[in-house]
Design a protein around this ligand. Structure first.
Ligand code: OOG
Ligand code: NI
Length: 273
């Protein structure tokens, strides 16, 4: 079935909300206060193996009218990312796709990821719905999860959760009641949510034209062959954009902020909370 933009984005939301009950609750909490929720962006993760790299995962978005815009590098995390904007629908969320640069990782991690990909039915990589397919390799070995986690939290998360929206992001500019990110953060914390405090609860500054905050990822019970264990799944993000000199809102991302936002799925932050 050929999906249109709204079908694709709705499916990504449903699949994300399934393992991220916090997102559904925060969404409802704001709607119940009379807010209408618009999404600033949706993020997706992958490995740079040519079978599943950004070039593959971007396709369903290009097919429904998205265009590639900014590029970002995260040296210490060995990640590269691109963002996409819809050509005509200015209310459509941006798409942010990142990939782990395998050649920069240890030989052991490379071999593990290679093995995981080699052991899949190779047809899944040509499925136009790959981006909605989760861990197509049945990522259910806790031993593999742990070995990846030692080197890259991102790789370990990918192994368990695979291809899906890693987070949705509320467009804070479109909220009526909350004029600053701090007000929204305070409201969320008073309502019982824990925010990612890595690098401060608010990432970015008005001068950088983008401020962001995020919840800590929900914990989700994963059935490993060794037994069930709770692993951080997905998180909800909040973005406030500032106007550029020409009066239009900044459309891109800020690498130094994104670097900290990635950590919202990190078990270490969960333990610190
Ligand atoms: C993406 C983190 C970066 C942003 O808005 O800067 C990001 C991820 O966790 O996969 O979404
Ligand atoms: Ni984000």
């Amino acid at each position: 079935m050929k999906m249109d933009k709204d079908q694709l984005l709705n499916k990504l939301w449903e699949q994300y909300a399934d393992i991220t009950p916090s997102a559904k609750k925060i969404h409802e909490l704001l709607e119940n206060r009379g807010e209408q929720i618009f999404n600033d962006h949706i993020a997706i993760r992958t490995f740079n193996d040519k079978r599943v790299a950004i070039d593959v995962l971007e396709k369903p978005f290009l097919n429904v009218g998205y265009e590639a815009k900014g590029e970002y590098n995260f040296e210490s995390k060995k990640l590269y990312a691109k963002h996409y904007e819809h050509a005509t629908d200015k209310d459509a969320p941006r798409i942010f796709i990142s990939e782990l640069e395998l050649e920069k990782c240890s030989a052991e991690l490379q071999a593990t990821v290679q093995n995981v990909l080699d052991n899949c039915d190779q047809n899944v990589f040509n499925d136009p719905e790959l981006v909605l397919s989760g861990s197509v390799w049945n990522g259910n070995s806790q031993a593999i999860y742990k070995s990846l986690l030692e080197e890259s939290e991102y790789a370990a998360w990918m192994y368990v959760y695979g291809f899906r929206a890693n987070h949705f992001t509320i467009n804070t500019n479109a909220l009526k009641e909350f004029k600053t990110l701090e007000e929204l953060n305070n409201f969320l914390e008073e309502s019982g949510w824990k925010l990612n405090a890595s690098g401060g609860k608010i990432k970015g500054t008005p001068e950088q034209l983008l401020e962001q905050s995020s919840t800590l990822a929900d914990l989700y019970l994963v059935n490993f062959e060794e037994g069930a264990v709770e692993i951080p799944s997905c998180y909800y993000e909040f973005a406030l954009r500032y106007p550029m000199a020409n009066g239009e809102l900044y459309q891109g991302f800020v690498a130094s902020s994104a670097d900290k936002i990635f950590e919202s799925t990190d078990v270490k932050l969960q333990e610190a909370k």
